[in-house]
Design a binder for this molecule. Structure first.
Ligand code: SLL
Length: 170
C-alpha cells in the first residue's frame, strides 16, 4: 500500500436538512400527536448537477463512503442511525430542533479515519415579523418547507495509490 505523498484530492458534499410542517391529517395518523414536523437529514454529493427537487446531486457517494451515522436527540428511539448505502439520509417526525452528530466512515481501502461534525436540525423558518420567536405553525405552513444545507469538501491528503485510482475513476 503506497501513499501518493504530496497529493491532496477532495470530494464536494452537501449536508443538512429539509423540514415541513405536518398537516392535521398527518398528525392524526401518527402515534405521537405532539410531533409538528417531518424532516430529512442527509449527506449528498455536491458534484453532479443538482436535481430539481432535492438539494445536492443524486450522485452515489458509496465508492468512498461506507457508512453515515446520524446521532439524533436522545428523545428518539434508537437515536444512533447507521446508513450503509445511499441515499445517506434519515427521515423522521418531531417537534424540536437539536444538533445532529454526523459521522462519515470511509471505505476500508481508503485507510482514512472517520470524520464527525454537527448539523443543527432546522425546523422553523426565519420571519422578520416574529423573530426571535418561533413563528406560529399556520404561518410556517404558508411559508413552506425549510431548508438548511451546508457545502463542504472532504480532503484526502497523501491518499493510497489504489484509493486515488478509485476516486479518479468516478
Ligand atoms: C428542545 N433541546 O428542547 C431541544 C430538544 C428534542 C426533539 C428537542 C421528538 C422526540 C420523540 C423530538 O422532536 N425531539 O418524541 O420521539 O427544543
Amino acid at each position: 500500500r503506497v501513499r501518493q505523498r504530496g497529493i491532496s484530492i477532495f470530494r464536494p458534499i452537501v449536508y443538512g436538512n429539509t423540514a415541513t410542517v405536518l398537516t392535521q391529517e398527518e398528525r392524526n395518523a401518527l402515534s405521537t400527536p405532539d410531533h409538528t414536523h417531518k424532516w430529512t437529514v442527509a449527506v449528498r454529493s455536491a458534484a453532479s448537477a443538482p436535481d430539481s427537487d432535492i438539494v445536492g446531486g443524486a450522485d452515489d457517494l458509496s465508492y468512498f463512503i461506507k457508512r453515515v451515522t446520524f446521532k439524533l436527540h436522545e428523545t428518539y428511539a434508537n437515536p444512533t442511525r447507521n446508513v450503509d448505502k445511499p441515499p445517506f439520509e434519515v427521515s423522521e417526525t418531531g417537534w424540536g430542533e437539536f444538533d445532529i452528530q454526523i459521522r462519515i466512515t470511509f471505505v476500508p481501502e481508503s485507510g482514512e479515519k472517520a470524520i464527525s461534525f454537527f448539523h443543527h436540525l432546522k425546523l422553523h423558518p426565519w420571519t422578520a415579523t416574529t423573530e426571535p420567536e418561533i413563528p406560529p405553525l399556520e404561518e410556517a405552513l404558508k411559508i413552506g418547507p425549510v431548508h438548511s444545507w451546508q457545502y463542504d469538501e472532504i480532503v484526502f491528503n497523501d491518499p493510497f495509490q489504489s484509493f486515488l485510482q478509485t476516486l479518479l475513476a468516478h
